[in-house]
Design a protein around this ligand. Structure first.
Ligand SMILES: CC(C)(COP(=O)(O)OP(=O)(O)OC[C@H]1O[C@@H](n2cnc3c(N)ncnc32)[C@H](O)[C@@H]1OP(=O)(O)O)[C@@H](O)C(=O)NCCC(=O)NCCS
Length: 217
């Protein structure tokens, strides 16, 4: 069953505290504030749904993670494959407003550091996309927390039995990451949108997205 409005319009499920955050571990000296290394096991992200006022920050986060020089700080990026934008405010707004869709923000203190988008693909299946962690914080376990939360929402709040995502099939390191999270390659491909600059400008021809699925048991 597709999620009902009540499942995600109410942010109640996201208001919980997720335990101590890294400011609790900050140590001040007279000259500088020295922060303890960020440990996501000790300092998990808190999650909340995006609102319209988050749009500029989400667009900036996603752009920095997917595209251009900034994204190359991270361990995986589309910068060598696609130029231009990944999303803009006009594309994001309906995803925040429509009922069968949740733009999920990962917050560290009051700072946006990660996001993803969970949406209804069809009855029984939710799609996960727009998956991004701030490039300088990648590789520290935040992405896994975000994916786990998306999975929890899909299973517990939307009661779907399957998650689906698409990934550019030549991004071997990312495909392997999803496989380690239980997603399976399907061999179903979708061609990238060439000529529609809202989705960016491919740098190479014939890029394909492959559908990966995970059964939620
Ligand atoms: C994909 C993304 C959200 C993951 O977030 P993250 O915080 O880096 O993820 P985590 O730290 O939880 O996990 C990193 C994983 O990558 C692996 N990894 C780290 N560096 C790597 C490298 N250089 N090559 C291959 N794998 C690497 C880690 O081993 C870990 O996997 P494991 O726990 O199974 O061993 C983040 O990299 C990102 O924003 N990428 C750019 C946007 C993007 O491509 N989104 C997905 C589009 S489909």
């Amino acid at each position: 069953m597709p999620p009902s409005d009540a499942a995600f319009v109410s942010p109640r499920g996201y208001e919980r505290s997720n335990g101590p955050r890294d400011r609790d571990h900050a140590v001040s000296t007279t000259a500088v504030e020295v922060r303890a290394p960020y440990d996501p096991q000790v300092n998990p992200l808190s999650f909340r749904p995006a609102t319209i006022s988050d749009i500029p920050a989400v667009v900036a986060l996603v752009t920095s993670a997917y595209r251009g020089e900034a994204s190359k700080v991270g361990w995986t990026t589309e910068a060598n494959l696609i130029d231009g934008q990944r999303i803009d405010a006009d594309m994001l707004r309906p995803e925040i407003e429509r009922p069968d869709s949740l733009v999920l923000l990962g917050m560290r203190d009051d700072e946006l550091v990660a996001c993803t988008h969970v949406s209804s693909a069809r009855p029984g299946t939710a799609n996960v996309g727009l998956f991004a962690v701030r490039p300088g914080l990648q590789g520290g376990g935040l992405g896994k927390q975000v994916l786990a939360e998306a999975e929890r929402v899909a299973r517990q709040e939307w009661a779907v039995s399957e998650l689906e995502l698409t990934v550019i099939d030549i991004r071997d390191e990312l495909v392997a990451f999803y496989e380690r999270r239980g997603f399976v390659r399907t061999g179903e491909h979708k061609h990238l949108s060439y000529g529609d600059e809202r989705f960016g400008t491919p740098r190479v021809p014939d890029l394909r997205m492959e559908v990966m699925r995970k059964a939620l048991v």
